[in-house]
Design a protein around this ligand. Structure first.
Ligand code: ZN
Ligand code: ZN
Ligand code: ZN
Length: 379
């Protein structure tokens, strides 16, 4: 994540902030420039303090006190590009659900930031009614009864639709599930990064015969019966998964291996980029040399070497504070090769012009193209 500062007083601000803690100016995130902007009222709109650009806040900012993303003033949209992708919400008359949705949308916006910065194609249902990206946040308690039994909400992806069980936005519930599953890492951001990985398999791999062949060579044949594979994973998990996979769940089916690898790629790139923003330099225990950590490199071997150094330091610092490792994983060589493939696929996808809704003028598209090239410099 970028490190932001208030353009009015230079105080550091977080991605989630909605006002400056020092000068009190209103802040909003502009997905077009990937920047937090300090804003002043301009009639019915908001104006950036250091430019003539005008915006409006996403309607969810007022409705649920839950979003700080901006919409260009001339746009007819009422929701920002991130909230606009959410198709289903639990009953928002319940204050507990408002809190859950805030946490879910916070995590989703962090994931969205990476998708934009990586210049990945993002097509919602408006652009692509069949298979466009959308999010359903659901609760077991609101599901229908089938044969006298209430249906369970399963977190997962199906043809562009990402379902998240909203109960996991409760901190005690996600911890309970983590313990039940014997996992070392579980987070809402991790769920979004994993599920969106499934979506991008459909977008970037399926239908591209060259990539599909390479993907099958690395991850295995995804035509393997998914239901049976998952059943087998939960009844008799592979014992020595550490030799070939990034996580136990990755060993359940080639699709899950892909989605787990994709999520790890996003964890690694975003954490390295954050370290790069702070100009961190870390001593490598392997080479004895200082390594400048950032995500900027065309070469995945280089990115991985930096990550080993940084994640070792991160885990050590957490242990010094008596808290658990933020990255409790070791990557075997075959998992590194899988992430390298994902790095190449994302790099190629990012170079292509993005498909945008037809309502955009050519000038807007050209401006965005320039912006994408700038964003590319970030990751
Ligand atoms: Zn300020
Ligand atoms: Zn929004
Ligand atoms: Zn999955």
């Amino acid at each position: 994540m970028k490190v932001f500062s208030c353009q009015n007083c230079n105080t550091a601000t977080f991605f989630e902030n909605r006002s400056c803690t020092t000068c009190g100016f209103q802040l909003g995130f502009d997905p077009g420039s990937l920047d937090i902007l300090a804003l002043t009222p301009a009639g019915a709109n908001l104006k950036a303090v250091d430019s003539e650009q005008q915006f409006r806040l996403c309607a969810n900012a007022q409705m649920y006190d839950s979003c700080n993303w901006l919409i260009p003033a001339e746009s007819a949209d009422t929701l920002c590009m991130s909230c606009d992708l959410t198709r289903t919400l639990p009953l928002m008359s319940d204050p507990a659900n408002v809190e859950r949705v805030r946490r879910l949308e916070d995590a989703k916006r962090r994931m969205m930031f990476s998708l934009i910065a990586l210049q990945l194609p993002i097509e919602g249902l408006k652009d692509k009614p069949d298979g466009g990206l959308c999010f359903d946040f659901k609760l077991d308690s609101e599901e229908p009864f089938i044969k006298g039994k209430q249906a369970m909400v399963l977190t997962g992806h199906n043809h562009g639709a990402i379902t998240i069980n909203a109960l996991e936005a409760d901190p005690d519930e996600i911890e309970r599930r983590k313990a039940n599953m014997g996992e070392h890492y579980r987070s809402l951001l991790g769920h979004f990064r994993h599920e969106v990985g499934h979506y991008y398999w459909d977008v970037l791999i399926w239908g591209n015969s060259g990539r599909l062949k390479q993907c099958r060579e690395l991850f295995g044949d995804e035509r393997l019966d998914y239901g049976k594979a998952l059943k087998k994973h939960y009844s008799t998990p592979i014992q020595n998964w550490q030799q070939s996979f990034i996580s136990s769940y990755a060993s359940s089916h080639p699709w899950e291996d892909w989605a787990e690898s994709w999520a790890h790629y996003m964890h690694i790139i975003d954490t390295l980029a954050t370290a790069g923003q702070f100009k961190l330099s870390v001593l490598s225990q392997i080479t004895g040399k200082h390594v400048d950590v950032s995500a900027k490199s065309a070469n995945f071997a280089e990115i991985h070497a930096r990550w080993v150094t940084l994640s070792t330091a991160l885990n050590s610092m957490n242990r010094a504070m008596g808290v658990i490792d933020p990255y409790p994983f070791a990557m075997p060589p075959s998992a590194i090769a899988k992430l390298e493939f994902i790095h190449t696929v994302i790099g190629e996808a990012g170079k292509k012009p993005q498909s945008k809704s037809q309502s955009q003028s050519q000038q807007q598209q050209q401006q965005q193209q320039g912006q994408w090239q700038e964003n590319q410099a970030y990751y």
